[in-house]
Write a protein that binds this ligand. Structure first.
Ligand code: FES
Length: 123
């Protein structure tokens, strides 16, 4: 594949399209990756031992849905995000913010942060 076969318009330079591959914006504004990695014995992980990675992911999904944000925010279960010691870890795109040491009591704060991110994007 050569670059000259990839038509990229100046206005939408994020688009890369050819006969086999296409790229476009996702149908949501924020992707929220929640580490639910669980390791057995020894090495720390966001959903291992007493860490609530799984519960955080489930709660965030439910809260996004019940808040009417499901069309704008996608919560995604993730493997290790390489910040294990600081976990549980939540990573927000497109801005790249990382929340570490997340607990179930932080769900509302994260939702509020996401609301503000979406509001800024829509200005
Ligand atoms: S196990 Fe969650 S960041 Fe590594």
């Amino acid at each position: 594949m050569t670059n000259d076969k990839l038509p990229i318009t100046p206005k939408e330079d994020f688009l890369i399209t050819n006969s086999k591959l296409s790229s476009r914006r996702p149908p949501y504004q924020c992707a929220v990756l929640v580490c639910t990695n669980k390791r057995d014995q020894g090495r720390v992980s966001c959903a291992g031992e007493s860490r609530p990675g799984e519960e955080i992911c489930r709660e965030l999904k439910e809260k996004v849905k019940s808040s009417g944000l499901a069309q704008k925010i996608r919560v995604i279960r993730s493997g290790c995000l390489d910040m294990c010691d600081e976990g549980p870890t939540v990573l927000v795109y497109p801005n790249g913010n990382v929340f570490t040491g997340v607990g179930l009591g932080d769900i509302e704060t994260i939702i509020e942060f996401l609301r503000k991110q979406i509001s800024r994007q829509n200005q």
